[in-house]
Design a protein. Structure first.
Length: 158
């Protein structure tokens, strides 16, 4: 039993160390990436990704093939017919997590993702929106317009 506990805590420790090595992509990096690549991103064939497992080499190769080997994009998914999310790096699992990325909004409107479909975001500055859950988990999202139809996001679970 002691050996199992030791192995469990060793794996947990290693997971925490490895997770901490992948800090969220910065806002400035994402803004620059989208502004320099928005035409390529608008033509990304996201509907073809369903044929690959999300964690597979084929999935990552498909993204690199269409967005280039130096892309900051790790995952792409459609939230609905109007929203396509491009996820970049993040850190953590559940409480204490931070995830960043950007999304295409066909209607050029902000979106709250996992934090409540249809949640109302408050405009805290022109083009900058924020939502925070009222429960004790203090989940929140900040989203900011990069350019027409393109939005930056940072999601946090604290």
């Amino acid at each position: 039993m002691k050996k199992r506990c030791l192995i469990f805590f060793l794996f947990l420790f290693l997971f925490v160390i490895v997770s901490g090595c992948s800090s969220p992509e910065s806002r400035d990096t994402i803004f620059s990436y989208v502004n320099n690549n928005y035409e390529l991103l608008e033509n990304f064939p996201h509907e073809e990704l369903h044929q690959f497992g999300r964690w597979s080499d084929e999935y990552r190769d498909f993204i690199r093939e269409h967005l280039g080997s130096s892309t900051i994009v790790l995952f792409v998914d459609s939230q609905n017919e109007d929203i396509i999310r491009f996820s970049c790096r993040g850190w953590g699992l559940s409480v204490g997590s931070i995830y960043t990325g950007f999304y295409f909004s066909r209607n050029d409107t902000p979106f709250a993702f996992e934090f409540g479909d249809g949640s109302e975001l408050d405009e805290i500055e022109p083009g900058v929106f924020f939502w925070q859950c009222g429960d004790r988990s203090t989940r929140n999202i900040r989203t900011e317009r990069i350019r027409e139809n393109w939005w930056y996001f940072i999601m946090e679970w604290r």
